[in-house]
Design a protein around this ligand. Structure first.
Ligand code: EPZ
Length: 417
């Protein structure tokens, strides 16, 4: 296994170009099987989850070719195969195969998702939507079996604002007869990105990005070409790293609006931010104010940035409170940060963070965003070397991480553990 070695204390300087959004890509790839001809995806991130998804589609007979940041998916000869095991078990978001295969074949057998283990990740709202569309759904020996004589549009109210359920229901509903309304839908930009792809394929989806999405079912969809939106979570991670190392970094190829909540909190604590059309410059300062942060559904502060933000808040004067109202227990990075001298206590959904310098230690990533938090923490430590194991988690969400950080002046390298 590999580990990341970090000799910190160097301000990050220069420009980093953000790649396509992971949480879009792993929904857009399964969505492609709803088309009867080739779909081309540009600005694809080079991540292990993306590679797993191309493996899943090839298993079904799709012709997948991947060159640089472009993936071509020809689903013409794809067949319906049960997938109780195999690559579907390698990632959490394999659940999107349920909506895509239900839409295309009216049936699916998908092994229950794996992926990040920061807390149980239910899919009851996904299933509620599929049943509303006319599918029978059973859980047999750890695999979800879905079957529908036909899919009929329905009105679906989500009890919980869920990104995955919103996208999954949208996938199935595009091939249902009649119209579907999803109420209390999630509004994340990745949902708009998937709706944009589906509409380019000939679907009729209105309202993506609002709490009410209307979908007119179509009997057939065609291939198209689509460029994936930039990864706002990757961008936010580099913004936080720039602030934490008191650097001066231009984060390029971003949609600033997608990062409004983070930008506002960074400014509140004293970071200097310059917003341009498609990039954001972050200029760190010596002193930061402690602040309170609430991780909420979009457009609130992203839960995927709460662990990296925790590392930055250890650099602020005074006590900050960071609460996560999306996940109740996404604090596995806290004991690892404590090994680096951080003074943080967790109370319920909140982490109470007392500003305190960190020191080098051997720490372990338990999920991709916790891993990013540990890398950021290591970058702030000028004495000694921080070792981060669990790099495979980090590689699921951050392509070219070491290359990008080294180009920004960080002394970071991979080493066999
Ligand atoms: C997506 O996960 C992202 N993953 C997550 O990013 C992100 O943290 C999350 O949205 C919230 O923004 C992908 O897009 C692949 P949810 P998802 O359904 O769709 C509860 C990362 O780091 N819920 O919006 O699984 C759930 O327990 C990953 O890139 C139900 O109760 O999240 C949670 O408390 C981690 N029943 C809340 O809703 C359901 O059926 C939001 O979950 C579904 C969800």
């Amino acid at each position: 296994m590999e580990k990341l070695m970090i000799s910190g204390g160097r301000p990050l300087q220069g420009t980093v170009t953000i790649s396509g959004a992971k949480n879009s890509a792993i929904a857009l790839i399964p969505a492609a099987i709803l088309a009867e001809s080739e779909v081309i995806l540009d600005n694809l991130p080079l991540l292990s989850d993306v590679a797993v998804y191309s493996e899943i589609l090839e298993e079904l007979g799709a012709n997948v070719s991947w060159e640089g940041n472009q993936m071509r998916i020809d689903p013409t000869h794809i067949i319906s195969l049960p997938m109780p095991n195999g690559p579907v078990k390698k990632l959490r978001a394999s659940y999107y195969m349920m909506g895509a295969m239900l839409g295309r074949f009216k049936e699916a057998v998908i092994g229950l998702p794996g992926g990040c283990n920061f807390e149980p990740r239910p899919i009851d709202q996904h299933i509620k939507g599929f049943e509303a569309l006319g599918a029978t759904v059973t859980n047999e020996h750890g695999a979800i079996h879905l079957h529908a004589k036909e899919l009929k549009g329905a009105k679906i109210y989500l009890d919980v604002v869920s990104v995955g359920a919103t996208i999954n229901i949208m996938l199935a509903a595009t091939r249902a007869k009649g119209s579907t309304i999803i109420e209390n839908a999630a509004k994340e930009p990745e949902i708009i990105d998937v709706a944009t792809l589906l509409n380019s394929m000939g679907a009729s989806i209105k309202g993506a990005g609002t709490e009410t999405i209307r979908i007119e079912g179509k009997s057939e969809l065609r291939g198209c070409r689509h460029s994936i939106i930039p990864d706002r979570i990757q961008a936010g991670t580099y913004m936080i790293a720039a602030a934490a190392t008191r650097g001066n970094v231009l984060i390029d190829n971003v949609i600033p609006k997608h990062l409004e909540a983070l930008t506002a909190k960074l400014i509140e604590m004293g970071v200097e931010i310059e917003e341009l059309d498609e990039s954001i410059r972050v200029i760190g300062k010596e002193k930061y104010e402690s602040i309170d942060v609430k991780a909420l559904v979009y457009p609130g502060f992203a839960t995927d940035l709460q662990s990296p933000m925790t590392s930055l808040l250890t650099q602020a004067d005074g006590v900050s409170v960071l609460s996560d109202f999306v996940y109740s227990n996404r604090f596995k990075h806290v004991p690892e940060l404590a090994r680096m001298g951080a003074k943080i206590r967790v109370e319920g959904r909140s982490a109470i963070i007392e500003g305190h310098p960190l020191n080098a230690a051997k720490v372990k990533a338990t999920d991709l965003r916790a891993g990013a938090a540990l890398v950021i923490a290591g970058l702030t430590v000028s004495e000694g070397i921080t070792e981060v194991t669990g790099v495979e988690f980090i590689d699921r969400g951050y392509d070219h991480l070491v290359t990008n950080l080294r180009e920004l002046g960080a002394d970071v390298w991979r080493q066999n553990d």
